[in-house]
Design a protein around this ligand. Sequence first.
Ligand code: BES
Ligand code: ZN
Ligand code: ZN
Length: 499
Amino acid sequence: MANIKLKPESVEKLKTDAIVIFLFEDKKNDTHYKTVDTKLGKKITSLLSKKEFTAKKLSVRAIDTLQKLKAETVIVVGLGKDRNFSAEVLRQASAKAIAAAKSRSAKSIGLSIEHLPSKNIGIAELAQAAAEGLILSGYSFTAYKKKKKSDNTKKKAIAIIFSQKKESIKVKKAITTAEKTARGVFLARDLQNHPGNIATPAFVANQARKHLQKAGVKCKVLGKQQILKLNMGSFWAVAKGSAEEPKFLIMEHMKGPKSQKPIVLVGKGLTFDTGGISLKPAGGMEAMKFDMSGGAAVIGTMLSTGLLKTKKNIVGLVPLTENMPGGKANKPGDVIKASDGQTIEVLNTDAEGRLILADALVYAQKYKPAKVIDLATLTGAIMVALGSYATGLFSNDQKLADSVLESGRRTGERCWQFPLWEEYENMIKSKIADMQNIGGRYAGSITAAAFLKKFTDYPWVHLDIAGTADSAKPTTPYNSSGGTGVGVRLLLDFLQKNR
Ligand code: BES
Ligand code: ZN
Ligand code: ZN
């Protein structure tokens, strides 16, 4: 992980290989870069006036200092229009900056963010965003490469500069928060990226236990016998077709007042989804190793929560299993019973995520939770609706929905709300059971959410991350291809801002 420090010095004095200067498209009279510009013989001014560099959002230009400064390179990065600026813009711009520094083989870089705070965004939020952009973009998954490419960001000493001494405590804290946040995101991404033959339910549960216990989070792992004893017939219906034993992972971080009702996080942990007897087509099925991304997000969030020593009661629940065809598998038409006694007619064994979540949502009731948020790569339909730039949000409580939407805007992990009116429940009525597990051709993501809602008796948000959890090409400069770890930063922001 990149090493980030705070240096309360002005940029031009900094002894780093590269200096990064952020510029707005429409605020070029800003004075913060003038000293550097003067030393460079007005090179920046000249680039701007010739429109060789326009400071459009995420545009980058490297300038050789020819020994006029201690640094060899000055990297100017555009932030776009001032009125569209947000912490997310800085997060992405910082990732762009470090990529440019890397391509010039710079070993250390200094960033100046002192001119960016405004009445809307404070220095702490900005410093955290910049540090996150720098750290998160350094992620790579090399576990299965014989020759590992060395991660040169590890050796790179990165400095975030903020020259006003009075703010340095805030900035230092923000950098530490970013580092602990990134640990959670990286754990989530690693768990996502491991292939299905390695990341079995037992493997995921063991990795979670290994990392979380060190961070002071209590872990319990239930196996087949305990799952059966809890009457989790819906979870078991999916798990029984697999040769791998299912696991039910329980993570508890009870660092709030005893009387405080916990926030419970639930994640879909399908370590591989073949579709079961309703088998998926072969093309692209390998991406179904990412069907545990909701679970990975919850595990990553719990790790960061432990590291950050958040003074709240937070519980994470992750049902882990494969969905396989086979002689013992769940069949279309089967009727099963969830742990709260409700019966389900399984019309399509590929709609399995909602089946394992049903029992986890019922289990959450034991905690008398203040709020429950579940994350799941639940439907292909959400990708049809939103593509890969937004997570689908569904809720039975508008106030809770609003605060999750707000966290999405702050972290860049944006969510978009869908309706969850009772009429949609008509679409999952079964002739012979209390409900059926699919709703037909239309509104697939909503009927999936309507199904989950039947197992909740608390304020609840469901996040369908099927479109945002992984991507073949990076969707932001700080993401890599593969698992994105989506949900971790969103949940951490939510947990920090809400009770
Ligand atoms: N894991 C899939 C959803 C999914 C699809 C995630 C594509 C990521 C990419 C889920 O279990 C599933 O198969 N859902 C079905 C539901 C259908 C049978 C009602 C789907 O979306 O096709
Ligand atoms: Zn499925
Ligand atoms: Zn699935």
